[in-house]
Design a protein around this ligand. Structure first.
Ligand code: TRP
Length: 354
């Protein structure tokens, strides 16, 4: 929680340092990157309004934290963020994102070939939709960052989303991927492409990821979406939904989101499926959210104490006062590994609003 006179940068840095403590990594690099990505928003006092209605979080905070836990127990800290310039606008925000990519590429020697191959598609003169480019920083056990860039398929208008994503896949040598996505996850008008994302690293596991928001879906629809990924246990998708949102037949609040990852060597079929459940819309408050996530972690044989460490790193508010701190929970399924990610809001601007 913020204290008098505190800036967005101060509060989120404190939260991030606490989270670094919880996952056991050195906070230096993460803090520097957080400052970089906050950009001109960093020094704004929290007593004033947000610089821009960022869609990263419900209350317009332009960053969101998450902790990924493999069923083996490994934890990775991540930051999802929108970078903001001094005078935000759709065009200026896109410019700021490109400048940040350039600075990070130089500092961390990032390979930009895949980004260069598709960036023009996602960089119109007048960007539309909720954002143009977002970032995530993923820290390994040694605290070293990996980078991911998210593009908005709606950036040239909603009606062009499929065309953009199909072209982006083709340019990346994944011609068959689009067909798989349309067959398994874009079957209804309420299924909408939401993000197209690239890992910026040289490893063979470097991913091309696509996300589909499945508005008003039930378990059957997302289970079908999961069946696109060979060799995974789709049944887990249903268990996950039933445990986190018991009694919910249709997810009519914020949508379930299905995502596929394609890596080198994948042709038309993805090597991973993940389901994101916007928990905050399916719980009365965060104390209930916490109970359900604890139960899920226990079932996956992950020590649920990790959840309280994450919550404690961010806030000391009464969890029963509102929902929204635990924004999403995701389940990642691949043939050789499963994992859970808990997305936790900074609530820099007071939490739930949007
Ligand atoms: N706040 C947006 C939403 O809830 C974007 C977002 C942030 C998101 N973190 C996410 C979407 C995790 C899916 C999963 O839609």
């Amino acid at each position: 929680m913020s204290t008098a006179g505190e800036t967005l940068g101060d509060l989120t840095k404190r939260q991030l340092e606490n989270l670094c403590g919880a996952v056991g990594i050195d906070p230096d690099d993460p803090s520097r990157l957080l400052g970089d990505v906050l950009g001109a928003a960093r020094d704004r006092p929290l007593a004033g309004p947000p610089a821009w209605p960022s869609d990263i979080a419900d209350d317009a905070t332009p960053v969101e934290f998450s902790v990924q836990v493999n069923d083996g127990g490994d934890r990775h800290l991540r930051i999802l963020a929108e970078t903001l310039p001094a005078d935000p606008s759709p065009t200026a925000n896109l410019r700021a994102a490109k400048d940040l990519v350039a600075a990070l590429a130089e500092r961390y020697d990032l390979p930009l070939d895949r980004l260069r191959a598709v960036e023009d598609l996602f960089s119109p003169d007048e960007p539309q939709g909720r954002f143009s480019w977002w970032f995530s920083f993923i820290f390994d056990a040694a605290g070293r960052p990996k980078f991911k860039v998210y593009f908005n398929p709606d950036v040239r208008g909603r009606d062009r989303a499929e065309e953009l994503v199909e072209e982006a896949f083709a340019r990346l040598g994944l011609d068959g991927a689009h067909l798989t996505v349309s067959d398994y996850a874009l079957r209804r008008p309420a299924d909408r492409l939401t993000f197209f994302a690239l890992d910026l690293d040289r490893s063979p596991q470097s991913r091309v990821k696509v996300y589909v928001s499945q508005h008003d879906a039930g378990v059957a629809e997302v289970q079908h979406a999961a069946s696109a990924a060979p060799g995974i246990d789709q049944g887990q998708v249903g268990d996950f939904c039933r445990l986190l949102a018991p009694g919910t037949e249709r997810f009519t609040g914020r949508p379930l989101v299905s995502s596929y990852s394609f890596v080198q060597g994948d042709r038309e079929k993805p090597s991973n499926y993940s389901l994101y459940l916007p928990l905050r819309d399916y719980v009365p408050d965060d104390s209930v959210a916490r109970e359900r996530v604890r139960r899920h972690l226990r079932e996956r044989r992950v020590d649920p104490a990790m959840l309280d460490e994450v919550i404690g790193a961010l806030t000391d508010r009464d969890l029963a006062s509102q929902a929204g701190l635990l924004a999403h929970v995701s389940l990642r399924l691949s043939p050789d590994q499963t994992g859970t990610t808990v997305y936790a809001s900074s609530e820099a601007y007071g939490g739930t609003k949007n």
